[in-house]
Design a binder for this molecule. Sequence first.
Ligand code: ATP
Length: 405
Amino acid sequence: MEISLAPELEAAVRVVGEPYEGVYLVGGTVRDILLGRPNFDVDIAVEGDGIEFAHVLAAELGGSCLPHGQFGTAVVLYGEGQHVDVVTARRERYASPGALPTVEPATIKEDLFRRDFTINAMAVWLKADDRGRLVDPFDGRTDLEAAAIRVLHDQSFIDDPTRIFRAVRYENRYGFCIDEHTEALARACIEAGHVGDLSGARVRDELTLLLEEADAARSIERLGELGLDKAIHPRLAADEDAATLFARLRELDAGYELDVPSWRLGLAALARHLAPDEASDWLARLKLRRRDAQHVASAIAVGPHLVEQLRGDPSPAEIVSVAEPDYPDAPLFALGLADLAPLHAYFGSLRDVRLDIDGSDLAELGLEESPRVGEVLAELRRRKLNGELDGRESELAAARELMEQ
Ligand code: ATP
């Protein structure tokens, strides 16, 4: 197999040799090279002492090595923020489903056997003579050609149920299909309740990755078909409506350049039937950052109210007063639920309406620092939104008038 050698791989190849014979490129990069897709991750597995190899590689690259002794892994940092991940080839043992495994050094074949799917369980030799030779003990290449996602053994999902989310992610990304037996194993694992054993943080990480992919709306329906939604929380709904809503939210987010992370929109779409308390509890279990959790919670709880409040013909100032406090997720979610003109007006222009004057102008007019400053500015903005003010002079005149009242 021809591998194009990025500088870090060139360096890796230079330092491979006694005593670092068994050095391999592993994981998703191998898969993506075979698929002809770009992948900028470089994951290297070493039979022997991965950390020692990482130190040598760091010296060769003029970078530094961050070892993780406990796991036999290291990150080599070099250049302008580039990195290479190095692992000591290892085998894993799972004490219980969903728990993290204990690990021991092992051969590359054993290391590949601990991986999730055959398409991710291939390695490429980096040692000079064998450079580019594919190590493919589980026929990953055949599965890649057949567009099949297949586990390496029947216990795989029970060892680590997050692999089911990963399978859905790869199905969507590559247009592959989970192989029939693998899907039966996934369903059995879900029905046995093992997904419920996962920590909230692990579920969060998987959902986030899945929802950030392009076309993730399809993955939402797949979550529902497999019953993963109910396995995570009995009132999550990964159905066609959720997928449609999510796709629409993403489109609106991009159209209005809001930059709300897709995963936040996806979580809100999935959790839209949860009562506010249930949603807050669930989001707390996922251990999201507080600000993110608040945004998702407000989309679910406030979004539908905004739809009701903004039906009819509200004034621009009314639109802003209800939409702004929960900007941006709740008004965006409301717009996803109902295509209301006032919300288009809000995102299209009203949210950017600012006064030309500020508190310092009011101070110059003689208004001392006090709550009254905020009140006057709020009233001026209300008037400006409703088209009653135009430019700095008219704002100053209105401010004087308000101060005299
Ligand atoms: P992506 O392009 O999504 O990052 P990737 O294959 O590079 O795909 P990573 O999550 O970076 O995915 O993981 C790197 C490799 O580690 C995978 O290719 C796979 O071999 C292995 N791996 C990752 N997560 C698991 C898991 N939960 N169980 C088993 N093997 C895993």
